[in-house]
Design a binder for this molecule. Structure first.
Ligand code: ADP
Ligand code: MG
Length: 228
């Protein structure tokens, strides 16, 4: 039985692939959200960026890198392939996660929570958004808090990620009544209220796919990830 309190580089890779699939499946929805309070490109931005991430993973073949180079490479790909605010913000998320990650093939859940926290701190450092500004931060901050708390109380990686996903969804939904104070939606002022923030929606997809991936693994590294 594999250790359920670690996250492996194979799981991180499976997460990225699953996220690409889900972002692609929800691209129209994300773009519709962005058409209400932005410029109708968020779904295509995210789908394009994560498709490029998967292409790079495929090109790397079987020699799976450690968690650190994997995350850094995702960050670089997103920065170069995704337009808009979200390209540099999600790029920074993964790049800064990579910088905080050990150069190892697996990482304990508490350390993984610290890695994610470093990534989210990087997004805040770049975009200067706080909770309540109607951005991806409204989903990411509560997700990191839940992940960190669950890890500190000895939860498995899957359970910690599930707690993070639930917190992200609540944070995402909290953006509906908010007036945007950052990004393109802020140009609308009061008219941005009454709509879900697209970046909070995509961030929640990322955290949910993490929970699904770690949950699916069932502690077993023997299967090859299978088809979703
Ligand atoms: P753009 O707004 O440049 O078209 P996207 O549509 O891809 O880029 O992404 C929009 C999302 O980016 C928003 O819904 C919001 O969640 C997020 N965002 C925008 N500005 C910021 C910021 N300063 N900090 C955090 N997130 C931001
Ligand atoms: Mg946009």
């Amino acid at each position: 039985m594999a250790d359920t309190t670690v996250v492996t580089s194979a799981q991180v890779e499976a997460w990225l692939r699953a996220a690409a699939g889900e972002l692609n499946a929800h691209a129209d929805e994300l773009t519709a959200l962005d058409s209400a309070i932005g410029d109708a490109d968020h779904g295509t931005n995210m789908a394009r960026g994560f498709a490029a991430v998967v292409d790079k993973l495929d090109a790397a073949g079987d020699d799976s890198p450690g968690i650190q180079p994997l995350l850094k490479s995702v960050g670089m790909t997103l920065i170069s392939k995704v337009g808009g605010a979200s390209g540099s913000l999600y790029g920074t998320l993964f790049l800064d996660m990579g910088k905080a990650a050990p150069d190892a093939a697996e990482i304990g859940v508490a350390d993984f929570a610290s890695v994610v926290a470093a990534g989210v701190a990087g997004v805040v450092g770049r975009g200067h958004a706080a909770v309540g500004d109607k951005t991806m931060i409204d989903a990411l901050e509560p997700a990191v808090s839940a992940l960190t708390d669950a890890a500190a109380s000895g939860a498995s990686a899957a359970d910690a990620a599930r707690a993070a996903a639930e917190a992200a969804a609540i944070g995402r939904d909290s953006t509906v009544p908010l007036v945007a104070r950052k990004g393109r939606a802020s140009y609308l002022g009061e008219r941005s209220a009454g709509h879900l923030d697209p970046g909070a929606a995509s961030a929640t997809i990322l955290v949910q796919t993490l929970a699904d991936t770690l949950g699916d693994a069932g502690g077993s590294q023997a299967d090859d990830g299978g088809a979703a």
